[in-house]
Design a protein. Structure first.
Length: 462
């Protein structure tokens, strides 16, 4: 069903039901047919009454909230508490022996879930390390892969990259003795456009490739929700002799990644967004196996030493190959446990299945928004919504970035009062991300209804 174009699915099903494509009846039928709908039961869905901004005079507090902010913080898996309590119990009863006992021995706990993480990002277990935070990992990777010369010293990135990426790249350039004004090559959309065209990215790589040391893009652009053609960018960069890396913070657990098959040189990601590991959760890093013996970490730590001889304590480094050699310290078990809880849910399905549902779920949201809030020249006072995110489902993940013809702050507040959790990003975008692991088609329908009520309450409709 969901391999068809979204509009075709909606119109066919509504015709079969004898209802309108924008009716609640269709949302219920889509949920009835959803083969992944049972995964929602693996998560805690906050109640409206428990959300601080909600107004119980406007909405039933006993309802589950509409949680469309998984692009910022994923929901808590129900098994998280159990796994954390197991480790606290182990600490209480076994103390130091917890390093080697139990289902998650602390001394190599992260290794027990690297295979699960690899399946989410399309990598082999030996190409994945779970460690640190995202920006720390980005620094560690750039220290190795960014080796500028007098002629090849630039890093190509988006002009509106996430601030942390921008800061990291800028500081790495300075660290290597170059000037960011000369070595940061920042690419902007064409005038009047909100997103980058793939052909423009590839053209810049081709034209300036001999001066580019590293191509460093995000997998999904945090503000617009654009999913970049990572395979094409990687291929173009390699053709010009560049290393190619990605910040997959908004792509991991969202898009179907194939980091190994695409030949990506390096990547990093956080896990607290679509991978649901909790605020500040353990981050991930990837280095392709082709670099296992040739690209080495610039900074060394004890946990990069081969585990079989690590405790000989002879100060003679036996570096683990590839990304595992980039580990510096033992991993915090209280961050490993919640990540395992989430990755086990991902393992109940596949990224391809999640991606199929996501394309229909987000496409359904787009369809309803366009139906109700497309700009109408005959009704200039009627509020309208512009979708910044690419229309092509292949060029986006879960998220739609919405821009309004009315002040966004008031609309955002009214949505929160009605139990909707999404987020606003300056200057004028509302990011809305229905996540296929736990969001339903009824969530989407309710959201669009509440959006209408919020627009009225904000005084934008006469």
């Amino acid at each position: 069903m969901i391999m068809e174009p979204c509009v075709a699915v909606l119109e066919r099903l509504s015709a079969d039901l004898g209802c309108s494509p924008v009716s609640r009846e269709l949302a219920a039928e889509l949920d009835r047919r959803d083969e992944l709908g049972h995964l929602r039961q693996q998560f805690f869905l906050p109640k409206v009454a428990d959300l601080p901004p909600s107004d119980l005079s406007l909405v039933d507090g006993s309802q589950e909230c509409i949680y469309f902010v998984g692009n910022s913080l994923g929901l808590q898996p129900k098994s998280t508490k159990k796994y954390l309590e197991e480790e606290l119990e182990k600490w209480a009863k076994l103390a130091i022996h917890g390093h080697t006992e139990g289902s998650r021995p602390w001394a190599w706990a992260e290794e027990t879930i690297e295979q699960l993480m690899g399946k989410v990002v399309g990598a082999k277990p030996e190409e994945v390390a779970l460690m640190n935070g995202l920006t720390v990992n980005l620094h560690l990777l750039l220290l190795s892969f960014y080796q500028p010369t007098a002629s090849r010293h630039k890093i190509l990135m988006e002009d509106k990259a996430f601030p942390s990426d921008h800061y990291a790249v800028e500081s790495q350039i300075r660290l290597k003795g170059h000037d960011p004004k000369e070595s940061m090559l920042c690419l902007s959309p064409r005038p009047g456009e909100d997103t980058l065209r793939t052909e423009d990215i590839l053209e810049v790589i081709e034209e300036q490739g001999d001066s580019i040391a590293v191509v460093m893009f995000s997998g999904v652009q945090y503000y617009t929700g654009q999913l970049f053609d990572m395979e094409a960018i990687t291929r173009a960069g390699h053709k010009e002799g560049c290393y190619v890396g990605f910040d997959c913070a908004h792509a991991a657990g969202n898009a179907e990644l194939k980091l190994h098959d695409w030949g990506v040189d390096f990547a990093c990601w956080c896990t607290y967004k679509y991978v649901n590991s909790g605020a500040g959760g353990l981050a991930g890093a990837f280095i392709h196996e082709k670099h296992a013996d040739t690209v080495r970490p610039a900074l060394l730590g004890w946990w990069g030493h081969d585990r079989k001889t690590r405790f000989q304590m002879n100060n003679m480094m036996e570096l683990q190959p590839g990304v595992h050699g980039y580990r510096l310290s033992n991993q915090p078990i209280l961050l490993v446990a919640p990540l395992q809880a989430s990755l086990e849910i991902f393992d109940m399905t596949s990224m391809s299945a999640l991606r199929c549902k996501s394309m229909l779920l987000t496409g359904y949201l787009e369809y309803l928004i366009q139906h109700y809030y497309t700009r109408d020249p005959c009704r200039p006072d009627h509020p309208h919504v512009t979708i910044l995110t690419p229309r092509d489902p292949q060029q986006r993940g879960c998220q739609l970035s919405l821009s309004f013809s009315v002040p966004i702050g008031r609309v955002f507040l009214e949505l929160e009062r009605r139990g909707v959790a999404c987020d606003m990003r300056e200057p004028s975008v509302l990011r809305v991300a229905p996540v296929p692991l736990y969001n339903s088609f009824n969530d989407v329908h309710r959201f669009v209804e509440l959006l209408g009520a919020s627009l009225i309450a904000s005084g934008s409709q006469k």
